[in-house]
Design a protein around this ligand. Sequence first.
Ligand code: ADP
Length: 295
Amino acid sequence: MELIIDNLTKTYGNGVNALNGISLHVPQGMFGLLGPNGAGKSTLMRTISTLQDASAGSIRLGELDVLKEHDAVRKLLGYLPQEFGVYPRVSAEIMLDHVARLKGISDRKERKIAVEALLQKVNLWEARKRNLGTYSGGMKQRFGIAQALLGNPKLLIVDEPTAGLDPAERNRFYNLLSEIGETTIVILSTHIVEDVQTLCKRFAIICGGEVMYVGTPKEAIQMMEGKVWAKSIPKQDVDTYRAEYRVIATNLSEGMLFIRIASDEDPGNGFAPVKPTLEDVYFRAISEKMDLVTL
Ligand code: ADP
């Protein structure tokens, strides 16, 4: 099964064009959607999840028209939103059983088996009787995934799932998502480049409601080969450099500023070639759209 998004547009009532003609093919596996805040990621996620309408364009999931066949799509869909509340005084086990019932698993035994399997899968079996209010950020996220996976979705959408997780929790979450990606279309929306680098076979960079890049992380880095240059400069000179070059990263160290720029040709002026990273690709792509004062 594939998800095919074609020329999707969304203009909100206040006139904001959140999506400006997004077209994407998303095959099975982990697909990253990388973009800065305000890029339109959540709007896209909510539209794919049948939670809001588009202004124009189409989305197909296999044979289904996502913008019209909401009920049929919801049966194939798992969604982990950016923020989701949990009932703090209910245990994970009871809550999952309840959600399973809501999702139509009416047979008690079947529900028990499904809930147990999911608690094992997300590594919350030992903590299943604890109230959700006592869970850490990472545990809550894994509980959210278990909830989203009830009913065996063919498409799983996760919106900024690693924000606020410590490195160990993030790692555990990465492993869980990779495993799910073996059998499911997983769309991972994030502004964290490392999430995409570690997890995604393919990814898209979106900014200003447009697709700036789509492909594999490896291809993206290869594309930048020979086009990234670096130099240390006195920090007060940064504006001069910004005016002359496409500065894609700055790092302050002991009073000097280490800057990376994107340039197809050797910029001279003491710049040395450096190996491109996925961050370079990302900041190069979004720098075309954004004012980079904050980099
Ligand atoms: P992201 O998830 O990448 O941060 P969003 O989809 O949340 O991006 O936002 C894209 C743009 O649409 C932003 O300019 C945001 O302010 C605007 N926006 C998002 N939701 C609404 C809404 N409900 N009404 C009006 N504007 C919105």
